[in-house]
Design a protein around this ligand. Structure first.
Ligand SMILES: [Zn+2]
Length: 445
């Protein structure tokens, strides 16, 4: 580099350095001379700082609101996408159901309406999603779900049943063995839309009698004895009491409580001019065996099983069951007598139930028996009557011991679905089950 240039640059730098201090000094001097300007400068400085703090706080608030509000907004949007409206979404969030509904994609109009009215049972949310039209859920349905689970049905099957069937179609399943493919049963029920509490028929047979059998509890007056639940060969009722001539044929006897109830029932009939009596009552295992074997000999096993019980499976062994006949009309089928009209319409007031009603053979496993009555006690008889169910269904829903206690619904559900509540209801099944075509040749069950 030439020496002359280097000297020039140095000079320039020196000049430059000289200029800057002089400007700074001038400004300092001028500020020193003007206290107002100094104050303004300080104020500007403070405002700038305040603004920064405000912005900082505001930004913090925005972030916080974002953190707080964005998930809520996303949740609302997801619920809206599922089909819920603004009012329902508010109720969902109040009841803290959003996560469950979103995670499981639960939606139905019925579910939405129950959430809005605050009546939804959150233990059964999925069940609400398959309820449509006129159907609705109450605690008896939740009890039923517990029973179905206890029977072996899994969630998907239960939803399929509830989606397609009415309660009246589902109760018989409690008697039948577990259906691996429940759709077959559903299709059969759908093919019989007229089925009701007073008449229930199916094309296929879902009852498999005598296959999987269990011991009935002989210590209970409400015990169920049918083609699934049986008594031991040695079982004999305690306090077997002969029936008086006013209400029983010679040699008839029942357990004490049932004998008293039979006396009352017959006396109640006599008071209004109706006379009937027990032609058959307690039967031992051996006498039932002789009767059944005779049926098989005469009619073959298939027909014998429709009309008579195998030994151990007869209700007559309980000492709580009678076959009755109208005085003077013993040759007639009981349903064809005037005594039947009074006896069947009033039996529940004396603790008796018609055990094998008309058009329920697919449930009870027995042809209609207008003469066969079972003592269960007054309250229970009234409740069974009001339920419109066969005793097999009623017992399986309300009284059966649980196979697995974990399937029991909550105490609240159990209290609200207790059969005693039926006694408070005004509803009763339709009358008109009084006639029967044809006659039965014997009272053998
Ligand atoms: Zn009988």
């Amino acid at each position: 580099m030439p020496k002359t240039e280097t000297k020039k640059r140095r000079k320039k730098r020196r000049r430059y350095r000289l200029v800057i201090p002089s400007l700074e000094e001038a400004r300092k001097n001028s500020e020193a001379q003007s206290p107002v300007k100094k104050r303004r400068k300080n104020t500007r400085f403070k405002l700038r700082n305040v603004r920064k703090e405000v912005w900082f706080v505001l930004a913090g608030i925005v972030v916080l609101l974002g953190v707080l509000l964005i998930p809520g907004a996303i949740e609302k949007s997801k619920l809206k996408k599922l089909g819920y409206n603004k009012e329902t979404i508010a109720a969902i969030r109040r009841q803290k159901l959003a996560k469950t509904l979103i995670d499981n994609q639960y939606y139905s109009e019925y579910l939405a309406s129950c959430i809005r009215s605050g009546t939804v049972n959150t233990d059964y949310l999925s069940l609400y999603t398959v309820i449509e039209g006129e159907k609705y859920l109450d605690d008896t349905d939740f009890l039923m779900v517990g029973r179905l689970r206890d029977k072996g049905y899994v969630e998907e099957q239960i939803l399929n049943l509830y989606k397609n069937l009415r309660f009246v179609d589902i109760t018989p399943l409690l008697i039948y063995d577990y259906q691996v493919l429940e759709q077959g049963y559903i299709d059969d029920c759908l093919a019989h839309p007229d089925n009701s509490r007073s008449s229930f028929v199916l094309t296929h047979n879902f009852y498999t009698p005598y296959e999987n059998t269990y011991s009935a509890d002989p210590n209970r007056t409400d015990m169920l004895v049918n083609k699934t639940w049986h008594l031991d060969e040695t079982y004999e009722p305690k306090e077997l009491t002969p029936l008086s001539v006013h209400c029983g044929a010679s040699g008839t006897q029942l357990s004490k409580e049932a004998a008293d109830a039979m006396e009352e029932w017959a006396a109640g009939g006599k008071a209004v001019g109706v006379s009937f009596y027990a032609t058959s009552s307690y039967r031992s295992y051996d006498s039932q065996k002789a009767l059944y074997d005779n049926y098989v000999f005469l009619h073959g096993q298939e027909q014998a099983d429709r009309e008579s019980a195998r030994p151990g499976f007869s209700e007559h062994q309980t000492g709580l069951t009678v076959d009755v006949a109208a005085v003077g009309d013993e040759d007639k089928d009981f349903s064809e007598t005037s005594a039947f009209i009074w006896a069947s319409a009033n039996c529940m007031d004396y603790g008796w139930i018609l055990r094998y009603p008309e058009n329920k053979e697919d449930i009870t496993g027995y042809e209609y028996e207008s003469w066969h009555y079972r003592y269960v006690g007054k309250d229970l008889a009234q409740a069974v009557y009001k339920s419109g169910m066969t005793y097999d269904e009623f017992w399986s829903l309300y009284l059966k011991p649980w196979s697995d206690e974990t399937n029991r619904p909550s105490d609240t559900v159990l209290a609200n679905s207790d059969w005693h509540n039926l006694l408070k209801s005004e509803e009763a099944p339709a009358e008109g089950e009084a006639s029967q075509e044809g006659t039965e040749e014997a009272q053998a069950q």
